[in-house]
Structures are given as structure tokens and as C-alpha cells.
Design a protein around this ligand. Structure first.
Ligand SMILES: CC(=O)N[C@@H](CCC[C@H](N)C(=O)O)C(=O)O
Length: 384
């Protein structure tokens, strides 16, 4: 395979878009990535796959011509449990699963950069990591703990991107310091007593308790934290009951906490525990509250590398650079950046729909523009 054309990249993206898979189940995606990579010129490359606890991961290492360092480039490969409503002819063929966070774009950009350096052997070594499980299950942390990045697979510096519908197609966004929030997942289970809808006096209704909990939680951000330092608590899932005329004896809530510092997250965690215990007391029920930080640390960009990255993007006449504010999105690349210095940045995909929405439709011209800027930056980096 020679250098991938824009048309071929779009076909690859559309195929990936049609086969979205949830965290740790990315088998078709894995097989397709291997199919595409196997057609490339692998003369100076080595592939690693079928890792014991991460069977859908793919790593490719390119040997540099005169390496001073090993540069890591990471893309995530999983999708979300969202039912696509774009109406696109290449919509998801997997019911209720969608690339609603643009990881199909991320993978295609990574394949384009990989293809470029396979065609033009780089000066430095480059390790590409196609990472399962970004949306949940912390694939980056699992990979690190498995020792994936040891020996010649250890990056001296690591780069990765996330798409951004609010930026112009192909623009690169970045900032010094914290780019994304840290997150902690939270699960809450209320247990009371089920019963007949007609006899509430004999039951203990957990729909009522859980609803009260959700309302009270809203005051954590508005009343318990310094408004200058922001935080987020969102419960995206609430399950209770089986039928209209049986009082629900239990309720389950699953949510996510975000903060730009761990101190903020810990403050929110403490308040959530207190609110849950207060509800349990006043509704005479039991509550179990569990937290999982999982490696979704704040994404902290390395000062020296990020300064170099930003100044390259600012002066490069083929890159449209935008300085961005910190965002409350989470990313388990934060964990890898706590182990290896590096930079995470945004790639603009210009769309009216937001990330995680069923109508997200990134502009495909962002793919070739992103590949071009990244190739140019990495080549610059290899010579400076
Ligand atoms: C970029 C993005 O959307 N990332 C996800 C990361 C999820 C982290 C974790 N599962 C949680 O929900 O806390 C995000 O939702 O920001």
C-alpha cells in the first residue's frame, strides 16, 4: 500500500463508524485495524496484539533511522451505548452502539500518521497504541499495569488527540497545564421494601428516595464548592422498578464526578457520601455508594513538550491553532501522561452536535488536515 489518499481515509473512517463496539469488546474493530495495517509497508515495523488482559489492543512500532528517542502516539478505539440518529448512509450497523465520541476519526488519523511514517521511515522510533476502553474500563491503565510499555515499547514522550465539534475542521487546540478534568465513577444502590402500589404504607419506595437524592445532589456544585473552581456531578443512569403498580424496593444510580484537581473530586466524593447517608436516614432505607477512579486522572500536559508543540502549531502555516480552555471531559490518557511526559490536544471536527450525542457528525475534512499537522509536528520534533 502506498500513501493513503483522502478518499481511502474516508472509506476507512466510514467502515470503522459502521462497526462501533463497547469497551473491551472491540473485536471487529481490532480485526479491521489489523487488516488495514497489514496492507501497509511493514518493512521497518513490528506489530503486537492479543495482549493477555487487553486482547483488542494493537501496537505498532516503527524503527527510526537514527533514533534519539521513542515517540508514542495513542488513539482510543471504543464506542458508546448510544443509538445513532444521524441518518447517515454509513450509520452504525450495531444496534444501540455508536462512535458518538469520534473515536472512528481518532483511529483514522492514527492510521494516516502510521501510514505516513511507514512510507517515510522516521528518524526517531515511533510506537502507535490503538487503545481499547477509553469510555470506561480504563484501557490505558490496564496496558500500563500489564507492562506493555517496557523495553523498546517504552515511549520517551506520548501524544494523543481528542476530536472537538466546537473547533473548525482540522484546527488543533491545546493549552499549557490541565487540558481535561479527572473523573471518578460513582454507583449508588438504595434498598427499601417493595410492595403493592395501593398500599404505600406497607412498603418503602426507592423511586422516591432516589429522586430526592438526585435533587439534593444538585446543591453540591451550587452550594458546597468554591464557584471559582468548577466541578461536575452527573448521574446518567437511574434504574428502579419493574411495573407501574409495584412499588420499587431498590434503585440504582450510576454517575460521574469531574474536577480539574483531585482535591475537588475528593470534596465532591465526601459530599456525595454525606448526602447518600442523609437520604438513607430520612427514608429509613439502606444505601451502598461505591467510587471508581480507575485511572481517569486530570490530563496534565507536560510543560516543556507542550510549549514546543504549541509554538510549532502557532508558527506552522499549514496548521490552524486555537488556544483552548480546560474542559470537563475525562480521558484515561491522563493516566498515561502521569507515567510518561506528553501532550494531549484537540482536533477540530466542526459540528453542531456535541460529543456523546446521537447526532454527532464530524466533518471528514478534519482527518487529512489533522494527519498533515501531526506528521509535520512529529517530523519537526524529530529534528529539534
Ligand atoms: C472524552 C470523553 O468523553 N471521555 C469520557 C471518559 C469517561 C470516564 C469515566 N468512564 C467516567 O464517566 O467518569 C467522558 O465521559 O468524559
Amino acid at each position: 500500500m502506498a500513501q493513503l489518499t483522502d478518499e481511502e481515509l474516508i472509506q476507512i473512517r466510514r467502515h470503522l463508524h459502521q462497526i462501533p463496539e463497547l469497551a473491551m469488546h472491540e473485536t471487529q474493530t481490532h480485526d479491521y485495524l489489523i487488516e488495514v495495517i497489514s496492507k501497509m509497508n511493514l518493512e521497518h515495523a513490528e506489530i503486537r496484539e492479543q495482549l493477555p488482559d487487553l486482547p483488542t489492543a494493537v501496537l505498532v512500532r516503527i524503527e527510526g533511522t537514527n533514533p534519539q528517542r521513542t515517540i508514542g502516539y495513542r488513539t482510543d478505539i471504543d464506542a458508546l451505548p448510544v443509538s445513532e440518529q444521524t441518518g447517515l448512509p454509513f450509520s452504525s450497523t450495531h444496534p444501540d452502539v455508536m462512535h458518538a465520541c469520534g473515536h472512528d476519526i481518532h483511529m483514522t488519523v492514527a492510521l494516516g500518521v502510521l501510514n505516513h511514517f511507514l512510507e517515510h521511515q522516521p528518524k526517531d522510533n515511533v510506537v502507535f497504541f490503538f487503545q481499547p476502553a477509553e469510555e470506561s474500563e480504563n484501557g490505558g491503565k490496564v496496558a500500563y499495569e500489564q507492562g506493555v510499555f517496557q523495553g523498546k515499547w517504552q515511549p520517551d514522550e506520548f501524544y494523543g488527540l481528542h476530536d472537538n465539534p466546537d473547533l473548525p475542521a482540522g484546527a488543533i487546540g491545546c493549552r499549557m497545564g490541565t487540558l481535561f478534568a479527572g473523573t471518578t465513577e460513582v454507583n449508588v444502590d438504595f434498598h427499601g421494601k417493595s410492595g403493592h402500589a395501593a398500599f404505600p404504607q406497607n412498603a418503602n419506595d426507592m423511586v422516591v428516595a432516589a429522586s430526592q437524592f438526585i435533587n439534593q445532589v444538585q446543591t453540591i456544585i451550587s452550594r458546597s464548592i468554591n464557584p471559582i473552581e468548577s466541578g461536575v456531578v452527573t448521574f446518567g443512569l437511574m434504574k428502579a422498578g419493574t411495573i407501574r403498580n409495584v412499588i420499587a424496593g431498590s434503585a440504582r444510580l450510576e454517575g460521574t464526578i469531574r474536577g480539574l484537581t483531585q482535591v475537588m473530586i475528593e470534596r465532591i466524593v465526601e459530599r456525595l457520601k454525606e448526602v447518600a447517608e442523609g437520604i438513607a436516614k430520612s427514608y429509613d432505607c439502606t444505601v451502598k455508594i461505591a467510587f471508581n477512579q480507575g485511572g481517569y486522572l486530570p490530563v496534565e500536559n507536560n510543560p516543556e513538550l507542550t510549549k514546543r508543540f504549541i509554538s510549532f502549531c502557532e508558527q506552522d502555516d499549514q496548521t490552524n491553532f486555537v488556544e483552548t480552555a480546560p474542559a470537563m471531559t475525562g480521558e484515561d490518557f491522563g493516566y498515561l501522561l502521569s507515567k510518561f511526559p506528553g501532550t494531549m490536544f484537540w482536533l477540530g471536527v466542526e459540528d453542531d452536535s456535541q460529543l456523546h450525542s446521537a447526532t454527532l457528525n464530524p466533518k471528514e475534512e478534519s482527518i487529512s488536515k489533522g494527519i498533515n499537522s501531526i506528521n509535520r509536528f512529529l517530523e519537526f520534533r524529530m529534528n529539534h
